[in-house]
Design a protein around this ligand. Structure first.
Ligand code: ADQ
Length: 468
């Protein structure tokens, strides 16, 4: 389809997210688009393809945006973001104001009026692009904290469309949210949607209370009235493509690779694994300390166990992320220096993104999976680990503060700030009777299998169409 035709066409279903579902890569020296990895893209792709839809988003590169283009039956509508805007909008309000504030203010959120100007301008641009893209009476699904103002602006431009908004991260309680200088704008912007979705009931509840107190919304439970319209507020916990994880986990090459990993790490040693974005919300530092405590209290020795932490680099331009990296690397060095021996490292730290099959082999190799964020919208790693344990083996240690905790209550739930309890939980996980471990894993697998990412997307879409 020619660029002109894509631009002038109106699409019945439009997703609006900070980034497009594709990214630039090189193939035989030629620059091409490839589908970005990740659950969100694979969950939304079939829905958009079925609906003949479009995706409005940023390419990931500052400056001018390319013309709209088709990729895998989806119309991609790039929105430009300038270099200064990127600093105010993305590195500023998104990652230094809203991200820390929404995650229990684990780091001090910063509030700068010149950042907010960019946040508003970028949100206006996304809303304008969506308004030009969606067909009369169509559906628009806006994603995440980068785009809180889009529903409100779009509502004014296109009163005829149904608008949904889903927040992937936690929505904070009143004590935290009310610090935000732009709290009214954020709430009113979000209330421009017909359906506002959160990961957990707690998030939905916080929003409903705050919308009534600071944005003149009325009503109770999941139905609010705002500006003469009805807004449905509810929890839609996100999930994963269970079958995909399970089937790759069963693949002989992946199982062989898992065996190799076990051999390389030392046959007979039990493996504790952490897999995260290198983010200060994920609890990596206390987790490493707790592993040191496990050894120092001689609950386990380096011949019994080994800890592997895989961390994908993330938001590296932001100071707090550089500090986290240094502190994790220092802690790993201290533990290896204190407890290691020639040829035997207690902690293996890999700072990189693993290819999909390798990640699954890691999950298969791990006896104990540590998922201990201080605060997390959902946490897909926990669900991914469970999906790969087709033989019901393995132990999941999960933070009470992950959005996944209510669903995965058969995990070993822990307070991620408590070093002693974490060390004891590791010891308990490593020594749990196989029959008890299997019982817990079986229960968790049932939960994740019954509610996949496809169910998540379908149930949100059903609400958006006003059918449930
Ligand atoms: P994230 O904060 O990025 O997502 P998470 O849900 O754990 O957190 O997803 C991370 C994804 O990255 C997982 O699919 C995982 O497999 C992958 N990943 C992590 N480390 C990796 C590595 N080293 N190599 C390869 N892949 C790696 C935000 C919210 C979450 C919410 C999701 C989805 O913060 O709470 O669950 O969105 O809504």
């Amino acid at each position: 389809m020619a660029e002109q035709e894509i631009s002038s066409r109106r699409w019945p279903m439009v997703v609006v997210a900070n980034t497009l579902p594709v990214r630039r890569t090189k193939e035989k020296g030629r620059s091409i688009w490839e589908v970005s990895p990740g659950g969100l893209v694979s969950a939304l792709q079939p829905i958009i393809q079925r609906a003949q839809g479009a995706w409005v988003g940023w390419t990931g590169t500052a400056g001018r945006a390319p013309d709209p283009f088709m990729h895998g039956d989806i119309a991609n509508i790039p929105v430009p973001i300038g270099a200064a805007e990127l600093r105010g909008f993305y590195q500023g309000v998104c990652n230094r104001t809203l991200w820390p504030l929404y995650h229990d203010a684990i780091r001090q959120p910063e509030y700068h009026r010149h950042w907010w100007v960019h946040y508003r301008a970028v949100n206006e641009r996304f809303a304008n692009a969506a308004a030009k893209t969606v067909a009369p009476g169509g559906l628009v699904w806006v994603h995440d904290y980068h785009l809180h103002l889009v529903p409100g602006i779009l509502r004014k431009l296109r009163g005829d469309v149904r608008i949904g908004f889903f927040l992937h991260i936690p929505f904070p309680p009143e004590e935290l949210f009310t610090r935000l200088p732009w709290r009214r704008q954020i709430l009113e912007g979000t209330l421009g949607a017909d359906v506002v979705g959160f990961q957990t009931k707690a998030g939905a509840h916080n929003f409903t209370r705050l919308a009534q107190r600071y944005a003149a919304a009325r009503g109770r439970g999941s139905r609010l009235q705002f500006a003469g319209r009805s807004v449905h507020v509810a929890a839609y916990p996100i999930s994963i493509d269970f079958e995909k994880y399970e089937s790759v986990a069963r693949h002989p090459a992946v199982l062989n690779h898992a065996e190799e990993l076990r051999k390389n790490l030392g046959s007979g040693r039990k493996i504790i694994l952490g897999v995260d974005r290198l983010d200060y919300t994920k609890g990596i530092d206390v987790r490493v300390k707790a592993f040191g405590e496990l050894l120092s209290r001689e609950l386990q020795t380096i011949d019994d166990t080994v800890f592997v932490q895989v961390a994908v680099p993330s938001r590296e331009r932001i100071e707090e992320y550089q500090e986290l990296r240094s502190s994790v690397e220092e802690l790993v060095g201290q533990i290896n220096g204190r407890f290691g021996e020639v040829g035997v490292a207690p902690v293996h730290y890999l700072r990189r993104n693993l290819p999909f099959e390798e990640l699954i082999a890691m999950y298969r190799a791990a006896d104990v999976m540590l998922v201990t964020p201080y605060c997390d919208g959902m946490n897909l790693v926990a669900k991914e680990y469970v999906a790969t344990r087709f033989d019901n083996t393995g132990v999941l240690i999960l933070s009470e503060f992950a959005g996944a905790a209510p669903e995965l209550h058969n995990a070993q739930l822990v307070n991620p700030h408590d070093v002693d309890s974490l060390a004891e939980a590791m010891h308990h996980g490593l020594t749990l009777a196989p029959k008890d471990a299997k019982k817990n894993m079986r229960a968790m697998r049932r939960v994740v299998k019954r509610h996949t990412v496809h169910d998540w997307a379908n149930s949100f879409m059903k609400s958006l169409k006003g059918k449930g």
